[in-house]
Design a protein around this ligand. Structure first.
Ligand SMILES: C[S@@+](CC[C@H](N)C(=O)[O-])C[C@H]1O[C@@H](n2cnc3c(N)ncnc32)[C@H](O)[C@@H]1O
Length: 268
C-alpha cells in the first residue's frame, strides 16, 4: 500500500466533495439516516459488552457527513476526523460528536487514548493507507477495537488496470487495495483480526442497474458504481466482475471486492 501523490489525492477529494454535495442536497435526510444508520446494527454484537457499558472514547477516521459515529447508540467521547469536515458541517446536527478537520495520517490524539476506532470506506481515499493504520494503532489502547470497511480490488482488477483499464469510481479512490494486503498489513502493524467478512457481490446487480435510465440513480445511495460510465468501460467492468464472481469461490482474499473487519490492538 504505497502512498499516492498529493495532486492525485486532491483531485479525488474534489470528486468526493461534489459527490457528497449532490447526495446531501438531493436525498431526504430520513433516507440518508436510514441507510447510514442501519450499517451499525450488524457490527454492534461483535463489540465487548464492557466497552459498550463504559463510556468509550471513539474516533471515526474519514467520517464523512454520515459516518457510523453519528449513529453510535452509546454514550462516550466521540471524535469525527475528516479533511472535508468544513464542507459537511451544515449537515451535522448531532451535538455529542466533536468534529475535527484533519487526516488519518496524523491524528491529533495521544497514544493509547482511544477504545474504538472506525475506518469505514475511507482507507482507499487517503494519501498513505499504511501510515493511517499505524496512527490508528498508536491512538488505540491495547485491546482497543478497529472497525474497518474497505472496497478492495481483486487481482483481476489489478491485471486489467496494468493493461490501461480505468475502473469506475477510480476518480474517488486513489488506492487499489487487495484484501490480502490489507489483512497482512494490519497483522504486521500489530492488530489481531477478530472477525473478517468478505461479502459476495453478485454481478447480476450491476447488470440489473444497466437497465436503469441515466439519472434514475441520482440521489440513490445504491448502484452508483455503474452510473455515468462509458459502454466499453461497463463491458470490461462486467467481464471482470464475472471472472471475480467465479474465482471468489476458490480464493476470497484475492477476489474480494469488499472487506469488513474487526481488529484489536494486541497487548505489547
Ligand atoms: C467515501 S467517504 C466515507 C465517509 C464515511 N466513513 C462513511 O462511511 O459514510 C471517504 C471519506 O474519507 C475522507 N478522507 C480522504 N482522505 C483522508 C485522509 N487522508 N484521512 C482521513 N480521511 C480522509 C474523505 O474526505 C471522505 O469524507
Amino acid at each position: 500500500m504505497k502512498p499516492v501523490n498529493l495532486r492525485k489525492w486532491r483531485e479525488a477529494q474534489e470528486e468526493e466533495k461534489s459527490w457528497w454535495t449532490k447526495i446531501l442536497s438531493q436525498t431526504p435526510k430520513s433516507t440518508l439516516s436510514a441507510f447510514y444508520g442501519n450499517r451499525w446494527t450488524s457490527l454492534l454484537p461483535y463489540l465487548d459488552a464492557q466497552l459498550c457499558q463504559n463510556c468509550p472514547t471513539v474516533v471515526d477516521v474519514g467520517s464523512g457527513p454520515h459516518g457510523l459515529i453519528y449513529y453510535l447508540p452509546l454514550r462516550g467521547q466521540k471524535v469525527a476526523i475528516d479533511p472535508l469536515i468544513d464542507s459537511y458541517r451544515l449537515d451535522l446536527n448531532t451535538t455529542d460528536v466533536f468534529p475535527v478537520k484533519g487526516v488519518g495520517e496524523s491524528i491529533p490524539i495521544g497514544k493509547d487514548q482511544t477504545d474504538l476506532c472506525f475506518l469505514i470506506n475511507a482507507l482507499e481515499h487517503t494519501v498513505n493507507p499504511q501510515q493511517v493504520l499505524e496512527e490508528i494503532w498508536r491512538i488505540l489502547q491495547p485491546g482497543g477495537y478497529l472497525i474497518c470497511q474497505v472496497y478492495t480490488q481483486s487481482v483481476t482488477d489489478l491485471a486489467f488496470i496494468k493493461l490501461g483499464y480505468v475502473p469506475p469510481l477510480s476518480a474517488y479512490h486513489p488506492h487499489h487495495i487487495l484484501a490480502n494486503n490489507l489483512i497482512s498489513t494490519l497483522e504486521r502493524i500489530g492488530f489481531r483480526i477478530e472477525k473478517c467478512e468478505m461479502p459476495f457481490d453478485p454481478v447480476i446487480i450491476d447488470i440489473f442497474n444497466y437497465f436503469k435510465k441515466s439519472g434514475e440513480d441520482q440521489g440513490s445511495l445504491r448502484g452508483e458504481s455503474v452510473y455515468n460510465i462509458r459502454l466499453g468501460q461497463r463491458f470490461t467492468h462486467t467481464l471482470i466482475r464475472l471472472i471475480d464472481n467465479l474465482l471468489f469461490l476458490f480464493s476470497k482474499r484475492r477476489f474480494a471486492k469488499n472487506v469488513i473487519l474487526i481488529a484489536r490492538k494486541q497487548h505489547a
